[in-house]
Design a protein around this ligand. Structure first.
Ligand SMILES: [Zn+2]
Length: 424
């Protein structure tokens, strides 16, 4: 073949290869799970599955807080490190953003005047007087039973089972507690909604829908790492985001009770869990952002809602009363985080941490962490199941662990609202 004819044929083959390559990539993109409109593109400036904020929403907070009030909240409760992302001057605060060019300044209150903070929840002090014997009358309470349980419990790593005994499954235990708690709160007058009322996820996404997202975050990682991240993104991130949407858009409660059971590290084998001699209690409040967390623009946006709505004041007041009630009802010692953990201590058994749930739910959140599930006594109590009255379990007479949990919350909330509301 003459050399003059060879060149164009090479170019033709290259061109064809390019066209085929482009079609292949286009097909890959258009058929991939990332096309699910509820899964955003990964962006290192946002938290996992986070979306770019609508900064204009912050203008509603003009005139709500003074400069001093804003700065104290930022420093005392919310930031573990120095402030690098909030540009503060005498007039107001502007959040730093590289995603958006137009972030409005939120104006500080000047002098003694304050605008009331726009918020869907009401602190106890803003509730009307309660009828006799109904201290929770009209209080809207969402109960969020932690985790999913059921067939998802093993994937969530909230499951262990010794031989043929009753499996210890946090997501099922929190749901059982929630179902005991709801009628107790209603009998005190509260309007109660369960954020999850079955052993199914609230999110419609499944791990397979998140594999593309996980794969883009872990580009080049082995398949099993990507699968494992997509599972975590499903049961931890997508699930909590779906619950937050329900809480903020539909339930709009005055408080959320996040029910959990704690655990110490039980090792890699859930059929041979390591037991811990420790058993303890604490409540997690919102706060204590790590530098790596406040580096995300959506987290800064969510923090602005918390600060301007004054969520911490109501949350801390509630949690203080609930902690006393738990410590007394359970006899558990207050948990102490080890030095160096990203927390701030707010009071006895009260610790601030930036969790996805207590950040996204735009109201006071009480995140309960009583009982160590892999402690021998707690294990025996879980094996005894739920029962009325008292029984001898693990060497002493006790209520069922679920009813003890329920009663501690009922006593605490009753005490809190009785002391903060006038009666009719
Ligand atoms: Zn938990």
């Amino acid at each position: 073949m003459p050399s003059s004819l060879r060149k164009p044929s090479i170019l033709c083959s290259l061109g064809a290869a390019l066209v085929i390559g482009c079609i292949y990539l286009w097909l890959q993109r258009s058929s991939g799970p990332a096309d699910d409109p509820s899964v955003p593109d990964p962006d290192p400036r946002l938290a996992d599955l986070g979306k770019a904020p609508d900064w204009s929403a912050l203008k509603q907070y003009d005139g709500v807080l003074s400069k001093d009030e804003f700065e104290s909240a930022l420093k005392d409760i919310y930031l573990l490190g120095p402030n690098r992302h909030f540009n503060i001057n005498e007039e107001g605060v502007k959040v730093a953003s590289t995603i958006s060019q137009s972030v409005p300044r939120v104006d500080f209150a000047q002098g003694k005047n304050r605008s009331p903070p726009p918020r869907y929840w009401r602190p106890a002090s803003e509730l009307p007087p309660a009828p006799e014997g109904q201290p929770l009358n009209g209080v809207r309470i969402a109960i969020d039973p932690g985790h999913i349980g059921g067939e998802w419990a093993r994937m969530e790593e909230r499951w262990y089972q010794i031989d043929e005994t009753r499996p210890v499954t946090e997501g099922d235990m929190t749901l059982l507690t929630a179902k005991l708690l709801a009628p107790g709160l209603e009998s005190l007058g509260a309007t109660v909604t369960l954020v999850r009322s079955s052993r199914n996820p609230v999110t419609e996404l499944r791990p397979g829908d998140l594999q593309n997202y996980a794969g883009r975050l872990l580009s080049g990682a082995p398949e099993e790492k990507i699968v494992s991240l997509s599972e975590r993104m499903f049961y931890r991130t997508a699930e909590i985001r779906a619950r937050a949407s329900l809480v903020n858009n539909t339930i709009r409660p005055d408080i959320v009770l996040c029910l959990h059971f704690n655990a110490e590290d039980w090792g890699p084998q859930p059929d041979k869990p390591r037991f811990s001699p420790r058993n303890h209690f604490h409540i997690i409040l919102h706060g204590a952002y790590l530098d790596s967390e406040i580096a995300h623009e959506d987290e800064r946006f969510e923090l602005m809602h918390k600060i301007f709505q004054g969520t911490h004041e109501e949350e801390a007041a509630l949690a203080g009363v609930l902690a006393s009630s738990f410590l007394e009802a359970t006899g558990l010692p207050a948990y102490l985080y080890s030095i160096g953990r990203p927390t701030k201590r707010v009071g006895p058994a009260l610790w601030a941490r930036n969790l996805l749930a207590n950040r996204l739910y735009q109201c006071p959140v009480l995140f309960f962490e009583p009982y160590v599930m892999n402690n021998q006594e707690v294990y025996e109590r879980i094996q005894s199941g739920d029962y009325e009255g008292k029984r001898e379990v693990a060497g002493s007479i006790k209520k069922s662990i679920y009813r003890e949990y329920r009663d501690a919350i009922l006593t605490g909330l009753k005490t809190y609202y009785e002391s903060r509301r006038a009666s009719e």
